[in-house]
Design a protein around this ligand. Structure first.
Ligand code: BES
Ligand code: ZN
Length: 458
């Protein structure tokens, strides 16, 4: 096997690979919005066709939501059987007016910081998914086949909490079980250091609507005597953190581990530039628990964040309304052994205990998943780390991730398949936000990295 030949093939084919990615980015596969159901289907078809063009026996597999794409290829030869996972769905694009171009009319742009691929899904996750597709394409072109058994598993509901995933995994456990699940949906450390992510936070989503008067009222006629639900909601939200940034929900910190000495030392070695991290988004003060380091705040400590709040008059001008309802969407990032369902119960009890007379509350459950961690004892991790270091010419690192990828835990728990989380996203990719981009460097070196990893572990 000639790794150099595969790497050269990748370099030569980069323009065509970029065109393929742009093609995929044009498909408006927003999974949370039912208006884009057909587009999600089209993205799944696109991937099936691309896999088939690689000689993979691939099929679109229906679920009650958006389809999965599953394909199998490569020899059964005693080498590790690798599963590659990515998601073809993307986040909604609003607010559209903050985009500098149509989010689904992607383009290559030259910026001061280099060449970027701009468009919704460029980094999360279509560009990342295509890094391993292109690596495998180049490998097949040069070598005629792959060095081991390979399963492809693409999902179209990741951005909406993967409702069909667990049932699908359970039903197809035998088919999907592999030695390792390579998940390309994470980033590098501080945009420069290639990394394997070994800790992901869990996620609990809650939405609440408080109703006080039975209809909107005139705030002059009723103000002072009628209970205002926004006042109630504000007091509840304000009470969720204390002055030190600690979350006040009873039992919230049960199951939150302290950092091991080993991890603490390792993270100190990473020399996280928190001033730069915050400075890039116009901030300067870490706002989490004040007795924790910045890296702990984003990787190892749980959070409670209000993601949206509504009620009353929000249009232009002014309206003296005393609203009937107020609502909030609140998410919790969880770590260690925190139990999402126990936290949901305690949170709801605390909030309901703060409701004054005449107020009622309605809850909407937006999913609950615990944190996950991966042991890195298997030699595959060291081999992948070295392959990454070789490509990027910087020692690769084991890192945590503040985001949540529930599937990582599901692979481990349902299939017994350890997840290997490697991605090439950068902190300024603006995933989930307007003007999302993926650096051409991430795409190109990402493809090359997968070729090196495949070479190193088989
Ligand atoms: N790719 C992200 C996860 C991620 C975020 C990795 C930041 C690296 C850095 C993934 O697509 C995502 O956005 N996950 C959601 C959770 C999902 C259940 C909606 C998240 O973390 O909010
Ligand atoms: Zn995402």
């Amino acid at each position: 096997m000639s790794l150099d030949a595969v790497l050269s093939q990748i370099d030569e084919d980069l323009p065509a690979a970029t065109e393929r990615l742009l093609d995929l980015l044009r498909i408006q596969s927003i999974s949370t919005d039912p208006a884009y159901k057909e587009a999600c289907d089209t993205a799944a078809d696109w991937l099936v066709a691309d896999l088939q063009s690689l000689g993979v026996d691939a099929k679109k597999r229906p679920t009650p939501g958006h389809p999965m794409v599953v394909g199998h290829a490569g020899p059964e030869n005693g080498k590790p059987h690798l599963l590659f996972y990515g998601h073809y769905d993307v986040q909604p694009v609003d607010p559209l007016n903050l985009w500098d171009r149509d989010p689904f009319d992607p383009a290559i742009e030259e910026t001061d910081a280099g060449t970027v691929i701009r468009g919704r899904g460029a980094a999360d996750d279509k560009g990342q998914l295509m890094t391993f597709m292109e690596a495998l394409r180049a490998w097949k072109t040069v070598e005629g086949d792959w060095p081991c058994r390979i399963t492809f598993f693409f999902e179209g509901e990741e951005e909406s909490g993967s409702p069909s995933l667990v049932p699908f995994m359970k039903e197809n456990a035998e088919e999907l079980r592999a030695d390792f699940a390579m998940i390309c949906d994470t980033g590098m450390f501080q945009s420069r250091t290639p990394a394997i992510t070994t800790m992901l936070r869990g996620l609990l989503g809650e939405e609440l609507t408080i109703t006080a008067p039975s209809k909107d009222l005139h705030s002059g006629m009723f103000g002072g005597i009628a209970m205002n639900p926004i006042r109630v909601l504000s007091r509840i939200i304000a009470s969720l953190h204390d002055d030190q940034g600690r979350i006040t929900i009873p039992g919230f910190y049960d199951g939150v581990p302290e950092l091991s000495d080993e991890l603490e030392a390792q993270w100190q070695g990473l020399a996280f530039d928190h001033a730069g991290f915050l400075g890039d988004v116009g901030l300067s003060h870490p706002a989490g628990e004040q007795d924790r380091t910045p890296l702990e705040m984003i990787w190892a400590r749980p959070t409670c964040e209000v993601n949206g709040i509504g009620g009353g008059y929000q249009g232009d001008g002014f309206k003296t309304v005393l609203p009937s309802q107020a609502s909030a969407k609140i998410s919790f990032r969880l770590v260690g052994d925190q139990d999402p369902l126990a936290i949901r119960k305690s949170f709801r009890a605390m909030v309901e205990g703060m409701l004054p007379p005449d107020c009622t509350i309605e809850w909407t459950d937006h999913g609950a998943g615990s944190a996950s961690g991966t042991a890195t004892d298997d030699p595959v991790f060291g081999q992948a780390l070295k392959a990454l270091s070789d490509e990027w010419q910087v020692p690769a690192a084991y890192i945590g991730c503040g985001g949540s990828i529930p599937i990582a835990g599901h692979f481990q728990r349902i299939l017994g398949t350890p997840p290997v989380l490697i991605g090439f996203g950068k902190d300024d990719d603006q995933i989930h936000s307007p003007n999302e981009k993926y650096d051409m460097e991430s795409f190109h070196k990402g493809i090359r990295s997968w070729a090196r990893i495949l070479d190193a572990i088989t």
